[in-house]
Write a protein that binds this ligand. Structure first.
Ligand code: MTE
Ligand code: MO
Length: 512
């Protein structure tokens, strides 16, 4: 053993630092709220007895969090160095050590209030980078050892140089990743900060209206909290636009091109309403749907100021990140439809991932043809003259929502008690409205469900029904009827090109 243990320890340290820096950068770029280290620090605080936390706060004052983070980093530095040394003789033990550290981070992330799969990505990135970086460094160290072993007198300059280049490169990469993380993270922090300071005159947060919810346990709430609202977009890095830097240009086939700044916009009369938004990619029974209180400015008025010209039938919307969609002009100018430039969601400025400072909301259209987040440009045009992000990929030009209903209780595969069985769920056809919901057991007669109320035709409606099930396996289906009397079709269609159809069906087993 001629190469010193110190080189192995240093390799472990550098590989560890590179993994950490990469996971930090990944967290910042993916807009995961916290990097793994911060998640661990928070989990640690949550598990620490109150008295100790109080002592820490008293002792370190406002620096208590920094002290904890520095403590964790020091612990990791020692662990990385030891794992590096361990890797010399017991490679798999070192890998297992990294896996344990990653496991701690996974637990910390999983115990956050609303973890989503993407939140785990930084941990995975970190673990992969650790293992690969250590493998590369170990490879060069071993070569160096072999050369020394074979000819102790020889100067192993060649292999040594390779090792130094590798370890220097890894350290430089770690520094670069750390910098990327800092820059991406600080843009987000600035945007968070100005969002937090935003006060929009007139925006309210009303209570959930009476009678809209049955408040049945395990059924999604009628109002979707913003942090639980589904997220769909094509960005890896969410645009972080300061309101002061935002403006919207309305141009194209108009009499007068106009540009609206954020200050102009929020001075206008506000419109506020409950509106359900859903994604064309929502499978039958899926959860790419949410219902929120939106506040904004009606597009009908803004477009009237610009004056659309004869022959125009579409508005090509573009977001700051370059995503596009084509929206029927008529849906935006129709004064009976509350199409708006939304500035707030559930009484708060839009969350960054939901389009702060301004997004479009159009009741009755799927998001992919209407709900542009971070919207900055609207060109009045003709469908014949444009294509947009999703229509380029084979989705339909027009995207009116389709009638749908969902069973939220019981769940597919549940064991239930034989006898009376409470079923509950939601149904929707925004801009038209739902007049009835029916459930069916084992292909029998359709039974009317009870409907909750709705404040307008633009939201989903909750339903409940009690059915009888004998002991054994059963299949339960649901269908909705719209306010024009049209019954939801049972014909199955895929989400591509213009939205899924078919009855949501679940299987349950009733036991005595
Ligand atoms: N800028 C931008 N806006 C976008 C998208 C996008 O990819 N980029 N996706 C759309 C789609 S397909 C849907 S379903 C809704 C989802 O909105 P949400 O993420 O706020 O729920 O946003 C729409 N607006
Ligand atoms: Mo969507």
């Amino acid at each position: 053993m001629r190469t010193s243990r110190a080189w192995w320890a240093l390799s472990g340290l550098v590989a560890g630092a590179l993994g950490l820096a990469m996971s930090y950068a990944a967290a910042a770029l993916l807009h995961v709220r916290e990097s793994p280290v911060v998640a661990v620090a928070e989990g640690f605080t949550a598990l620490t007895p109150g008295a100790v936390v109080k002592w820490a706060i008293n002792t370190f004052d406002r620096d208590d969090k920094k002290v904890l983070i520095v403590g964790i980093l020091l612990f990791l530095a020692v662990a990385f160095a030891l794992l590096g040394r361990l890797a010399r003789r017991r490679w798999w033990a070192a890998v297992a050590g990294y896996a344990v550290l990653a496991g701690i981070a996974v637990v910390a992330v999983a115990t956050k209030p609303t973890p989503s799969p993407i939140d785990f990505a930084p941990v995975v990135v970190g673990l992969l980078v650790w293992v690969v970086a250590l493998a590369v460094l170990a490879e060069w160290l071993r070569n160096w050892e072999v050369v020394e072993e074979e000819d102790p007198a020889a100067e192993p300059a060649h292999t040594r140089r390779h090792f130094f280049v590798a370890i220097g490169g890894a350290a430089a990469l770690a520094a670069a990743a750390g910098l990327v993380g800092r820059v991406a993270g600080s843009a987000r922090r600035r945007a968070e900060e100005s969002r937090r300071l935003l006060r929009i005159e007139g925006v309210t947060a009303p209570a959930v209206p009476d009678g809209v919810a049955f408040d049945i346990e395990n059924v999604p709430p009628w109002q979707t909290p913003s942090e639980d609202f589904y997220l769909i977009d094509t960005t890896f890095i969410k645009p972080a636009i300061e309101p002061a830097d935002w403006s919207l240009r309305i141009h194209g086939m108009v009499d007068k091109e106009i540009t609206v700044t954020y200050a102009d916009l929020v001075e206008r009369e506000l419109t506020q309403d409950w509106i359900t938004l859903n994604c064309v990619s929502n499978e039958v029974g899926g959860n790419l749907i949410g219902n929120a209180w939106w506040s904004g400015v009606r597009l009908a008025g803004l477009l009237a100021e610009a004056g659309p010209q004869e022959g125009a039938d579409a508005v090509l919307q573009t977001s700051e990140d370059g995503w596009t969609c084509g929206t029927p002009l008529a849906a935006l100018t129709d004064r009976s439809r509350n199409a708006m430039l939304a500035v707030a969601m559930n009484g708060e400025p839009l969350p960054i991932e939901h389009g702060v400072p301004v997004r479009t909301i159009v009741p009755g259209l799927y998001g992919y043809v209407s709900a542009t987040k971070w919207v900055v440009d609207m060109e009045v045009t003709r469908f014949d003259d444009i294509t947009a992000y999703w229509t380029d990929k084979g989705w339909a030009e027009q995207g009116p929502v389709k009638i749908a209903s969902r069973i939220d209780l019981p769940h597919d595969g549940d064991d239930v008690r034989a006898g009376e069985l409470l079923c509950a769920g939601t149904a929707w056809l925004q801009h038209t409205g739902i007049s009835g919901v029916q459930v069916q057991v084992d292909g029998g007669p359709w039974q009317d469900a009870e409907l909750a109320t709705t404040p307008n035709v633009d939201t989903w409606v909750q339903w409940r029904a009690t059915v009888r099930v004998d002991e054994g396996d059963h299949r339960i289906r649901v269908r909705a009827i719209d306010l024009d009397g049209q019954v939801q079709t049972g014909a199955v269609a895929d989400v591509l090109p213009d939205g899924a159809t078919g009855w949501h069906t679940i299987d349950v087993t009733a036991k005595g």
